[in-house]
Design a protein around this ligand. Structure first.
Ligand SMILES: [Mg+2]
Length: 397
C-alpha cells in the first residue's frame, strides 16, 4: 500500500482509488485499493501501512474452494460476541437473543449494485461498513440501541475470496465501533451484481421508544449535524467517474471535497445523540433518521403525526465547505440540504418545555416548528418568502 503524507492522502489516494476501482470493476474483483481519505476515523477502519504488500500482485482465491459453510465460517471467525443478550449466534439454525423486559426493534435494508451503490467508486470495505451503518441508523431513530445484525450477501464469480473478505472487514469494523454482534445471515451466488442485505436488531425500554407519530403542534423541529454533504459527495464521485471514463489520464481535482466524499462513502450513525438524550432525560416526541432527504423525512413525521410544519431556511444546518461546493456545482445549497438524502442525521421534534435541555446539547440545530395539519408544510426562505416544502427524496423505482 502506498503511504502518503497525511494532508495529501485524500487527494492522492482518491485519484488512485478511482482509477484502480474502475479497472477492477470492469474485470474480476480481487481486492479494491486502499482508500485513505482524511476521515475523522474513530473506528479501526483506518488503513495501516503494510510494506509487505508493496509491489506484489494481489492474491486471488476462489470462493468455491471453500463452499458456502466454509465461507461463512471463514468470514465470521474473527467476529467476537459483545452483547450479553446474544445467547447463540452464527453456527446454529437461528440466533437466540434475550432482551429481557425490553422491546425488540428490527429494521432491514437491501442494497443492490447499480441501484444503491457503484463499485466504480465505492471501495468494498467502506461498502460493508455503510451497509451496517444505514441499518443501525434506523434503530437509533427509534431511540433504541442496536445489539445484533444479520448479513446476507449474494455474489457472482467476479468476486474473489479476498474481495468478500474486504466487505466483511468493513462489516466487522462497524460491529466493533457500534458494539453490535453479527449473529447470522446467508450467502448465495448471484448471476450478475452484488447484493447485500442487513437486518439490525435493537432494544429499548418501552417508554423510551420514539415513533414518527408523536409530533404535535407547537413542538420544535430539530436536526443533528449538517445536511447535503453526502449528496454532494455523490455528485463529485459521479463526475470523477465520467471524467475518468472519457479521459483515463486526468487527475481528479478533489481539493476541499474530502468532507463530502467521506460523508457519502463512509457515513456514521448518531449513536452519540441517543446517549446524550438518555443522560439528559430527553425524549423526542417524534424521530426519524435523514435517509431520503430532510424534506421527505419531515413529511413522514408530519403524515404519521397528522400535523404540519414551518421550517426556517436559515435554521437548516449546512457545512461551510458544502455551501461552497454546491455553488461550484451550480446547485442551490438549501436544495442539496432539503432533498439530498443519505445524511443519516437525526430529525426529531421536542416539546417546548424540553428546550432548556436541547439548548445545552452539542450539534443540534432548531429549524422550525410543528403546526396544525391545515397549515401544510412550509419553508420560510431567507429572502422572506413562504413556499410549500417540496420533497424530492430518492426514488428507486
Ligand atoms: Mg429511516
Amino acid at each position: 500500500m502506498l503511504v502518503l503524507p497525511f494532508q495529501q492522502r485524500g487527494l492522492m489516494s482518491l485519484s488512485i482509488l478511482l482509477q484502480s476501482v474502475i479497472k477492477v470493476s470492469q474485470g474480476t474483483l480481487t481486492k479494491s485499493v486502499h482508500l485513505c481519505l482524511h476521515y475523522q476515523d474513530t473506528t479501526d477502519m483506518a488503513e495501516k501501512p503494510d510494506n509487505a504488500d508493496q509491489g506484489k500482485e494481489p492474491q486471488r482465491n476462489e470462493i468455491n474452494e471453500l463452499g458456502e459453510f466454509g465461507l461463512i465460517d471463514h468470514l465470521t471467525e474473527s467476529f467476537d460476541i459483545k452483547q450479553s443478550s446474544t445467547m447463540t449466534s452464527v453456527g446454529d439454525d437461528a440466533a437466540v437473543i434475550d432482551h429481557d423486559r425490553h422491546y425488540t426493534v428490527i429494521s432491514t435494508d437491501l442494497l443492490l449494485e447499480g441501484i444503491h451503490f457503484d463499485l466504480m467508486y465505492h471501495p468494498l470495505k467502506h461498502l460493508g461498513y455503510k451497509a451496517v451503518v444505514v441499518n443501525l441508523s434506523d434503530i437509533y431513530a427509534m431511540n433504541a440501541i442496536p445489539t445484533q445484525i444479520t448479513v446476507s450477501i449474494a455474489l457472482s464469480n467476479r468476486f474473489s475470496l479476498e474481495a468478500v473478505e474486504e466487505i466483511y472487514q468493513g462489516i466487522e469494523a462497524a460491529c466493533k465501533y457500534y458494539n453490535v454482534d453479527l449473529v447470522g445471515g446467508d450467502t448465495s451466488s448471484s448471476r450478475q451484481g452484488l447484493v447485500i442485505s442487513v437486518t439490525a436488531i435493537g432494544m429499548a425500554r418501552r417508554e423510551k421508544l420514539c415513533y414518527r407519530n408523536g409530533a404535535k403542534a407547537g413542538d420544535i423541529i430539530c436536526v443533528t449535524g449538517d445536511l447535503g454533504a453526502a449528496y454532494l459527495g455523490l455528485q463529485i464521485l459521479e463526475r470523477e467517474k465520467q471524467i475518468y471514463l472519457s479521459q483515463p489520464d486526468t487527475q481528479p481535482d478533489l481539493e476541499d471535497q474530502q468532507y463530502a466524499i467521506g460523508k457519502q462513502l463512509k457515513p456514521e450513525a448518531r449513536n452519540d445523540m441517543i446517549e446524550i438524550f438518555e443522560k439528559s432525560g430527553l425524549k423526542p416526541t417524534a424521530m426519524i433518521d435523514v435517509s431520503d432527504g430532510l424534506a421527505s423525512d419531515l413529511m413522514h413525521i408530519c403524515k404519521s403525526s397528522g400535523v404540519g410544519a414551518f421550517v426556517e431556511e436559515s435554521g437548516v444546518p449546512i457545512h461551510p465547505d458544502i455551501q461552497q461546493l454546491a455553488i461550484k456545482f451550480k446547485l442551490d445549497p438549501i436544495t442539496c440540504a432539503l432533498s439530498g438524502g443519505e445524511d443519516y442525521e437525526l430529525l426529531f421534534t421536542v416539546d417546548p418545555e424540553d428546550l432548556p435541555k436541547v439548548r445545552v446539547m452539542p450539534d443540534i440545530y432548531m429549524m422550525g416548528e410543528i403546526t396544525d395539519a391545515s397549515e401544510g408544510i412550509k419553508l420560510h426562505t431567507t429572502g422572506g418568502n413562504i413556499h410549500d416544502l417540496k420533497a424530492q427524496g430518492w426514488r428507486h423505482f
